[in-house]
Write a protein that binds this ligand. Sequence first.
Ligand code: FES
Ligand code: MG
Length: 581
Amino acid sequence: MTLNSTTVTAPPQGLRAKLTSYGDDEFSLFLRKAFIKGAGYSDDALDRPIIGIIDTSSGFNPCHGNIPALIKAVERGVQLSGALPVPFPTISLHESFAYPTSMYLRNLMSIDTEEMVKAQPMDAVIGGCDKTVPAQLMGGISANIPCISLVTGPMLTGSHAGKRVGACTDCRSYWKDYRAGLIDMEEIWRVNDELVPTVGTCGVMGTASTMACVVEALGLMPLGSATAPAVSSARLRIAESTGKIAVDLAKTQLKPQDILTRASFENAVVVLQALGGSTNAVVHLLAIAGRLPGVNLTLEDFDRIGKKTPFLVDLKPSGAEYMEDLHKAGGVPTLLRKLSPLLDLTAKTVTGRTLGAELDSYPASFPQRIIRDLNNPLFPAGSIAVLRGNLAPSGCVFKQSASAPHLRKHSGPAVVFTSARDLANRIDSDDLIVTPDSVLVLQNIGPIGHPGMPEAGLIPIPKKLAREGVKDMLRISDGRMSGTAEGAVVLHVAPEAAVGGPLALVQNGDIIGVDAEQRKIWLDVSDEELAARKEQREKTTVKRKVQRGYAGLYEKTVLQADKGVDFDWLTATGSFSAHTN
Ligand code: FES
Ligand code: MG
């Protein structure tokens, strides 16, 4: 098991599971045993349920830096329950070390996970940075062997000049101050030492933390296991008990497709909205649900559920505190109790019991100030709103809880950048015609335009405005934003510019408007003018050359943001029909 999740499985069969290779099962087992005995195992060890533990540690992944210790603890739990733990590797993804984006590789990791879990005689497990949890869940669900998630847990906070700091909301706020000339180069490098003071995932409500809490709400991790810090003894005890539950799962053969229902996903969306969680979780939950026949989660579900769900958890970037504070406040179980009128407590969990039964037997909650009551929220409802209109016919998302209030309803002239490179070249130019009322538009960073939708949707405030003290502006793109970021940022515009979505047709000076309360986004250009621009664009745009290898497979079969950016042929209903764009 590694960082963020875990899967287990096929056990009562142990080494006999999935024997076929030689057309003679007894000979196949004889060979398997002969080889694995080369690693020093006895027959007594081998004639037991086998619990696979997915090891996603990597020298390039400090978010998974505690995995060796976690694996030891999981192995202890498995052995205490009389089964044999067998760790094995898969791809590991770290957000900052995955070019062009970790999202581009999420589906690849899900394939690696699914196929290795299916191929080897066992039950699997998993790991934590940002995209790894969804990748593992997607693979585990599609393989449909009993599985359980274990996350690596959040890093602790650091300290700079008497202030607590943590990745990566504070990485961004200090960088913003540096760009605005408020702090100097020496200070920015001093704080660099403190932003990630321990191993583990980002210490705020970023994507990794959001996904950890959401997976707990989905019922695929035991209650109380999302928030314990990566370097705590609690995290190791969670790993040990995860190993024990894995052995139970191996015996009962309770599979993810037996556990997860539409109700599980609706609960997960309630929790996402109450957390003021990462917009990336919208894409991931759509992709995870897409692996299950019949769940049919849509963007509209996020908005409908959001409208009745207040934002309760006071963590950065929408709030003020850090993951270690959420853990000390009682973590997800406390939140679930407060949200219980909005949840379906009959949803099943990985223990075989319902969410309600698990909550009833969990230690009592206590007064604290991080998780608010339903009647005293930080933001009334719809932390993540889904907007629609002629600029985003298939929808887009807006994390209004992290936006400056005056920009939740705003219109202004567009300042258009055609790519991430164009943005980098011009955003700080003194010649850029821009005012605080302008709407910054970034095209071509969607699923295909810049493979994997880079987290470049948080377009920086142009330097000349930043120096004047402008802190937030309305920004719109077909890309993503880190869960640790804040601002008036509209994301995941679908269809994306690279496949000819209306975003591609926006020109400098066009008036763009957003009204979050009405869930509207519009481009104030007539249909006739847009049709003419589209015709012109089709005439002048050189057709993309689809590449070889994984890049080509990705481009030919990836779905748009409103469908979760999975490959069409990996979804529950998918086949290799390969749409062309
Ligand atoms: Fe790994 Fe943020 S970079 S969780
Ligand atoms: Mg991230």
